[in-house]
Design a protein around this ligand. Structure first.
Ligand SMILES: [Fe+2]
Length: 168
Protein backbone atom coordinates (compact mmCIF):
# COMPACT_ATOMS: atom_id res chain seq x y z
CA UNK A 1 0.00 0.00 0.00
CA UNK A 2 1.39 3.36 -0.98
CA UNK A 3 1.27 6.26 1.41
CA UNK A 4 -1.27 8.92 0.58
CA UNK A 5 0.41 12.04 -0.68
CA UNK A 6 -0.62 15.14 1.21
CA UNK A 7 -0.17 18.67 -0.01
CA UNK A 8 1.16 20.83 2.75
CA UNK A 9 0.28 24.47 2.37
CA UNK A 10 3.16 26.92 2.12
CA UNK A 11 2.63 30.62 2.87
CA UNK A 12 -0.99 31.66 3.42
CA UNK A 13 -2.26 28.32 2.15
CA UNK A 14 -0.79 28.75 -1.32
CA UNK A 15 -0.16 25.63 -3.40
CA UNK A 16 3.36 24.26 -3.04
CA UNK A 17 3.86 24.45 -6.81
CA UNK A 18 3.72 28.25 -6.73
CA UNK A 19 6.88 30.07 -5.66
CA UNK A 20 6.20 33.13 -3.50
CA UNK A 21 8.16 35.34 -5.91
CA UNK A 22 5.92 34.21 -8.78
CA UNK A 23 2.85 35.04 -6.68
CA UNK A 24 4.27 38.52 -6.02
CA UNK A 25 4.94 39.09 -9.72
CA UNK A 26 1.39 38.03 -10.56
CA UNK A 27 0.06 40.40 -7.86
CA UNK A 28 2.08 43.20 -9.45
CA UNK A 29 0.45 42.55 -12.82
CA UNK A 30 -3.12 41.84 -11.69
CA UNK A 31 -3.46 44.56 -9.03
CA UNK A 32 -3.71 47.38 -11.64
CA UNK A 33 -6.33 45.28 -13.45
CA UNK A 34 -8.40 44.92 -10.27
CA UNK A 35 -8.05 48.65 -9.54
CA UNK A 36 -9.25 49.72 -13.00
CA UNK A 37 -12.12 47.23 -12.90
CA UNK A 38 -13.27 48.58 -9.52
CA UNK A 39 -13.14 52.11 -10.97
CA UNK A 40 -15.19 50.89 -13.95
CA UNK A 41 -17.76 49.38 -11.56
CA UNK A 42 -18.08 52.67 -9.66
CA UNK A 43 -18.26 54.87 -12.77
CA UNK A 44 -20.63 52.43 -14.46
CA UNK A 45 -23.04 52.86 -11.53
CA UNK A 46 -22.69 56.64 -11.71
CA UNK A 47 -23.61 56.51 -15.41
CA UNK A 48 -26.45 54.01 -14.70
CA UNK A 49 -27.99 56.49 -12.26
CA UNK A 50 -27.57 59.63 -14.35
CA UNK A 51 -28.32 58.52 -17.89
CA UNK A 52 -31.42 59.97 -19.55
CA UNK A 53 -32.67 60.29 -23.11
CA UNK A 54 -33.38 57.98 -26.06
CA UNK A 55 -33.16 54.23 -25.33
CA UNK A 56 -33.02 55.06 -21.62
CA UNK A 57 -34.28 51.70 -20.37
CA UNK A 58 -31.85 49.69 -22.53
CA UNK A 59 -28.79 51.78 -21.67
CA UNK A 60 -29.72 52.07 -17.97
CA UNK A 61 -29.98 48.28 -17.71
CA UNK A 62 -26.93 47.59 -19.87
CA UNK A 63 -24.80 49.84 -17.66
CA UNK A 64 -25.78 47.69 -14.69
CA UNK A 65 -24.65 44.59 -16.61
CA UNK A 66 -21.30 46.31 -17.22
CA UNK A 67 -21.05 47.03 -13.46
CA UNK A 68 -21.80 43.42 -12.48
CA UNK A 69 -19.34 42.11 -15.07
CA UNK A 70 -16.62 44.53 -13.88
CA UNK A 71 -17.12 43.44 -10.26
CA UNK A 72 -17.03 39.77 -11.20
CA UNK A 73 -13.89 40.30 -13.30
CA UNK A 74 -12.22 42.16 -10.41
CA UNK A 75 -13.16 39.27 -8.15
CA UNK A 76 -11.67 36.75 -10.58
CA UNK A 77 -8.35 38.61 -10.84
CA UNK A 78 -8.11 39.38 -7.11
CA UNK A 79 -8.92 35.81 -6.10
CA UNK A 80 -6.31 34.47 -8.51
CA UNK A 81 -3.71 36.53 -6.63
CA UNK A 82 -5.04 35.42 -3.22
CA UNK A 83 -5.13 31.77 -4.34
CA UNK A 84 -1.44 32.09 -5.16
CA UNK A 85 -0.69 33.33 -1.65
CA UNK A 86 -0.09 37.03 -2.32
CA UNK A 87 -2.12 40.00 -1.12
CA UNK A 88 -3.83 42.69 -3.13
CA UNK A 89 -4.56 46.34 -2.37
CA UNK A 90 -7.86 47.43 -3.89
CA UNK A 91 -9.04 49.65 -1.04
CA UNK A 92 -11.22 52.55 -2.14
CA UNK A 93 -8.45 55.08 -1.46
CA UNK A 94 -5.99 53.06 -3.52
CA UNK A 95 -8.47 52.74 -6.37
CA UNK A 96 -9.01 56.53 -6.29
CA UNK A 97 -5.28 57.20 -6.41
CA UNK A 98 -4.12 54.53 -8.82
CA UNK A 99 -6.87 53.87 -11.38
CA UNK A 100 -5.75 54.73 -14.92
CA UNK A 101 -9.32 55.27 -16.10
CA UNK A 102 -10.45 58.79 -17.16
CA UNK A 103 -12.77 60.74 -14.86
CA UNK A 104 -16.30 60.75 -16.20
CA UNK A 105 -18.51 63.85 -16.32
CA UNK A 106 -20.50 64.82 -13.25
CA UNK A 107 -24.30 65.04 -13.22
CA UNK A 108 -26.89 63.92 -15.75
CA UNK A 109 -25.74 62.41 -19.03
CA UNK A 110 -27.47 61.82 -22.34
CA UNK A 111 -27.48 58.19 -23.42
CA UNK A 112 -24.79 59.03 -25.99
CA UNK A 113 -22.62 60.79 -23.39
CA UNK A 114 -23.04 57.98 -20.86
CA UNK A 115 -22.02 55.37 -23.44
CA UNK A 116 -19.06 57.42 -24.69
CA UNK A 117 -17.83 58.03 -21.14
CA UNK A 118 -18.05 54.37 -20.11
CA UNK A 119 -16.54 53.14 -23.38
CA UNK A 120 -13.60 55.45 -22.55
CA UNK A 121 -13.29 53.87 -19.10
CA UNK A 122 -13.43 50.38 -20.65
CA UNK A 123 -10.76 51.34 -23.21
CA UNK A 124 -8.38 52.52 -20.47
CA UNK A 125 -9.05 49.33 -18.50
CA UNK A 126 -8.33 47.25 -21.59
CA UNK A 127 -4.92 48.92 -21.99
CA UNK A 128 -4.12 47.81 -18.41
CA UNK A 129 -5.45 44.29 -19.00
CA UNK A 130 -3.50 43.92 -22.28
CA UNK A 131 -0.28 44.99 -20.52
CA UNK A 132 -0.93 42.33 -17.85
CA UNK A 133 -1.57 39.69 -20.54
CA UNK A 134 1.77 40.50 -22.19
CA UNK A 135 3.74 40.47 -18.93
CA UNK A 136 2.07 37.32 -17.56
CA UNK A 137 3.12 35.35 -20.65
CA UNK A 138 6.53 34.84 -19.03
CA UNK A 139 5.34 34.71 -15.40
CA UNK A 140 2.35 32.39 -15.05
CA UNK A 141 0.13 31.05 -17.87
CA UNK A 142 -2.80 30.35 -15.54
CA UNK A 143 -2.90 33.99 -14.41
CA UNK A 144 -2.47 35.07 -18.02
CA UNK A 145 -5.56 33.02 -18.86
CA UNK A 146 -7.50 34.92 -16.18
CA UNK A 147 -6.45 38.24 -17.75
CA UNK A 148 -7.40 36.94 -21.22
CA UNK A 149 -10.89 36.00 -20.02
CA UNK A 150 -11.28 39.48 -18.54
CA UNK A 151 -10.20 41.15 -21.80
CA UNK A 152 -12.72 39.08 -23.77
CA UNK A 153 -15.52 40.13 -21.40
CA UNK A 154 -14.57 43.80 -21.61
CA UNK A 155 -14.39 43.65 -25.41
CA UNK A 156 -17.94 42.26 -25.42
CA UNK A 157 -19.32 44.86 -23.00
CA UNK A 158 -17.67 47.59 -25.05
CA UNK A 159 -19.34 46.27 -28.19
CA UNK A 160 -22.80 46.09 -26.54
CA UNK A 161 -22.46 49.68 -25.34
CA UNK A 162 -20.96 51.15 -28.51
CA UNK A 163 -23.60 49.44 -30.66
CA UNK A 164 -26.11 51.95 -29.23
CA UNK A 165 -24.21 54.87 -30.76
CA UNK A 166 -25.29 56.22 -34.15
CA UNK A 167 -22.96 55.04 -36.92
CA UNK A 168 -21.07 57.80 -38.68
FE1 LIG B 1 -30.24 50.55 -10.44
Amino acid sequence: MTAKKTTQPTSAGAPRSIAPEVAEQVAEQLTPVVIDLMALATDGKQAHWHVRGPAFQDVHELLDVVVVNARNAADLAAERVIAMGAAIDARSGTVGKKATTPAIAEGFLTTEQAITEIVGVIDATLVTVRAAIDALEEIDPVSQDTAIQIAAGLDKDRWFLAAHLPTS
